[in-house]
Every structure is written in C-alpha cells, then in structure tokens.
Design a binder for this molecule. Sequence first.
Ligand SMILES: [Zn+2]
Length: 427
Amino acid sequence: MTLKDKTTVTFYNGLTTIGGPMIEVAYNKSHVLFDLGEVYRPELNLPDESYQTLIKYQLIGDVPNFYDPAITGKQLDHTRWEHAAAYISHLHLDHSKALNLLAPEIPLYAGPITAALLPVLNQNGDFLLPATNHEKGYTRSIIPAKYKSPITVGDITLEVWPSDHDAYGATGLIIKTPDKLIAFTGDIRLHGYHPEWVKEYLTAVKNADLFIVEGTGISWPEHIGQEFTGPKNEDELTEKIVQLEQENPKRQITFNTYPTNVERLLKIVEESPRKVVLHAKRADLLKEALNKDYHYYYLPGEKKYESLDPKLEIAYEDLVKDNHEYLWQVVTNYGDLMKNGLYIHSNAEPLGDFDPAYKPFVDALERQNIEFVALRCSGHADDKELKEIIGLVQPRILCPVHTLHPELAENPYGDRILPKRGQTITL
Ligand SMILES: [Zn+2]
C-alpha cells in the first residue's frame, strides 16, 4: 500500500438488466469479483452458450484476469494482481451460472448453504455452465464462508452476511479496503422469512462509501405504488396453501416450486395438513445438500437415488388416484392428473409470462379441467421497501444495479451513480 493507492470499482455487467451483476473492487495489487451469473434472456434463442456467445450478447461481463485462460485464451496477469478472490451472493443462475468459468486458482466464496446446494443442483451438469477439461456435472470448489467473519484478500477484506431472498441461503457482501467501506446486497427483500437478518446487515454498512443495491422491484414504473393482490409475504403464502387444502378436502391437490427456493418448500412441508410428497429428484437434493428426509415418489421407469430411504417412498399410482391424503409435487406427465383437481404453481418453472413456455403450460392444464392457482411471493424489494433499505444504510454513494430502471432509485443521503457497462470509478 502506498499513499496514492485508491479504491476502484468496475461495473462489468448486470447494470440495466435484471440479473447478472459482475462488479470488481480493486485496491493496489488486490481485487475481488462478484457475482458470476448469466443474464437470463430466453427470447434470444442463442445458438450455443459458449464463452464467445455469452460475451457477444453481453450475458456475462468481459472481465479481465478472472476467467479461466483455458476458456478465454488469455493468461491472468499475476504480476499486476497478487491477490484475487470471487464471491457469489446466492444460487440463482443470474448470479451463479458462470462460476465454472472462474480460473481454478482463484478462490470462490459463498454462504455455506449456497456452497452446499450448488454442486448437488449441478450434479447432472444441467444447472451451471460447464468447466473446461472436466466431466459433465463438475462444479468447481466453492469455499463456504463463515458468516460475518473476515476473509483477507491482500489489502481487501470480505465479510459474508446472511440475508433474505427467494433463494435459500442468500447472502450480502461487505467489502473493506484500507480507505473505503462498500456493500453489495445481492438480491434482497424485507418481506421474507428473515427481515431481521437483512436489517442487521444493512445496519452494519450504515453510511457505506458505496452501496450497491439490486433494484429489480423498480424495473416496471407502471407497477410502482400499485396495491399487490397476492400474498404479501412468505408466511401469507404458506397460509394460503393450507387454506386451499382445508377448503378442498376431497380434491386432488398438486403443486410445484422452484428448486432453489428450499426454504418455502420446507415451510410447506411443515405446515401442510396433507402429507407432502416430493418428486425423487427434489428429495435427493434435500438429502444430499441438507441431509433432510422427506416422502418422495418416482415417475414410472425413473432411475433410483441411493440417497433416498426406501421406507419413505410413496407409489406414483397411489398419488395419481388420491384426492385427500397427499399434497404432491408434480413436475411432468400432467395428463395423469385427475380432472377437476387443483394445481398450485408457486414460482415454479415456467416462471411467468415472459417465458414463452408459460402460456402453453397454463392452457394445457386448463384443457384438462385442472384449476391453476399461481401463488407467488417476490424475492425482491418493491419500491417502498427499497426506500426503506436505502434509508437504513444512508450511503454516501448509492449505485442501483440489476434493474431495468436504475435512475428511479434515489439517494436522499448523498450521491447516486449510474455507471455504464465496463466503466471504472475511483472512490
Ligand atoms: Zn436471485
């Protein structure tokens, strides 16, 4: 460290898109990168997901000195950068999908739940982008960070704090350089299971020199201020599922959720009056990553998982003719379901209108006479919550990212910056 050293921040991606933030903080010969996701744009119909294609369509950042030279063909400059590390805030693909592109020698940190779940989610090689020179299903090492404990990267110190989002184990990051305090929220909300964790994290970065906050919730100006009709928080969502079960004692009820939203699933299992039965793949994820056992079923002809206890298996034939005992997770073969049944779609795939697969999916269920109930709860702060979040931090500089409209976030407590893609700022 010399007197002229300054903290710089470079914004490589994910500024005016929902997802895919890639940001580098550097000081002297140390630098860190967060996150390592891919922007989700299914409408592009990409020819492939090669590194060159992802760079060309700006789905990942063109970040020097972090990617694996075996992929980019460019060596890392270890003379310029003596200390390097990377971090991912949570396991959603727009924050994690490109982690196998990171050079193998650069340590990658994440919260302990994220670190445990990702390798299991990717065991068939269909979750993350592939690493070079490894078999399908390989996930590079992810170091589980101890919450709130300093991680030293040369002149830079990182701390990983528990937060709340609709991805189990989501975290926020605190970055300390010799002269500046920076916070990166990852994805964040105040209406999930742990608003107190979020507030504790935000309080820890009060008056941060730079507060990088995700602004998904202000991406649609026409919706700002609108009263929301669905469940207001995660607890209301589970209550609604219980209510649907109570109101329909003699009706087949099925559901699905997104695999990474483990906490919601655990809550449904805990609260449901009916016995909850998961598809074997989901049950295996919970067993392998968290060592938790649940009732499960196999579809006809499906491969067996060694991890699963045979005593907990429920026969598929029993599920398809059941109308009172089970609440079960349906993932395919919708034609097997009973007519006049009820299906609860809780942020499962296909996720929504923006996905071309969504409408055909809903229409097909309707043709079968199955009632489709969408029960959603956002993983992101809305406009009002975002103001509250910024108010808790009162940053010197606010930098909204991960939103279609960063200019709609204001900072009454200091400056606001709206960096361009690839821009470096000196703090
Ligand atoms: Zn997310």
